[in-house]
Design a protein around this ligand. Structure first.
Ligand SMILES: [Zn+2]
Ligand SMILES: [Zn+2]
Length: 234
């Protein structure tokens, strides 16, 4: 092959390798995201939702459950509803080491949460040490790190710890989830806790995990705990 053609081929291959690709469908990315224009426009942003638990509600009203018994979180913000393509991207990030999906999810959170009420610090929901060893990374921390950087919010990494290993929540009903989490979290270095924090996690389903963590923080003297999640499962 003559040199010019090789050069052209190499440049083209470089462009293809480096250009952002849509992680949902493989088309070229747009708007600085690893998502194409069509997939970006179809994103299920969670715009009308209960202010306390982020459950989608018709006009952003408080949901029935929160009217009856408010959650320990003062506010919950979810960037998206847990539907397509989040139900593909989140498991790829969480269980298949696809850290590019994690970066995209963090970027969606940054775009959606940039204008909500700011806490003094972010606290990622921690994994138990044995789960962390197994997986190699902590998905909530991987989301909270770029989010904190982009929004200029401090990250408190080791203040909240998971002291007890728990069964996977996905296989349990709501009551069993709460039981499963009893005593799961603990706070260390209380003196580092500011008055207002936001917990960060990937997906909120029943909210049992976030509630258990919030209760521990409130008991440790935090005045207000919010939750910031990437996707809310209705
Ligand atoms: Zn796409
Ligand atoms: Zn609610």
């Amino acid at each position: 092959m003559e040199a010019k053609r090789v050069d052209h081929w190499l440049r083209r291959a470089g462009q293809l390798l480096l250009a952002p690709r849509c992680l949902a469908c493989g088309e070229p990315g747009a708007d600085g995201l690893d998502l194409c224009r069509a997939c970006t426009e179809a994103l299920p942003w969670n715009r009308a939702a209960c202010p306390r638990c982020a459950l989608p509600t018709p006009h952003g009203d408080r949901c029935g459950a929160c009217l009856q018994a408010p959650t320990p979180m003062t506010a919950t913000y979810a960037a998206c509803v847990y539907g397509l393509p989040l139900d593909r991207l989140v498991p790829r990030f969480k269980f298949h080491q696809d850290l590019a999906c994690g970066r995209l999810l963090a970027e969606l959170m940054t775009r959606s949460l940039a204008t909500v009420e700011r806490p003094d610090a972010l606290i990622p929901i921690p994994l138990h040490a044995s789960r962390l060893r197994q997986r190699g990374y902590d998905q909530a921390l991987e989301l909270a790190r770029p989010l904190g950087r982009a929004l200029d919010l401090p990250l408190l990494e080791r203040v909240l710890i998971r002291q007890r290993e728990t069964a996977p929540q996905s296989e349990l009903d709501a009551a069993a989830r709460r039981r499963n989490l009893r005593g799961a979290f603990a706070v260390q270095a209380r003196d580092m806790l500011p008055a207002h924090v936001a917990l960060v996690d990937d997906v909120m389903t029943t909210g049992a995990t976030l509630q258990a963590a919030a209760q521990v923080l409130l008991r440790a003297g935090v005045q207000r705990v919010d939750a910031w999640v990437c996707a809310r499962s209705p």
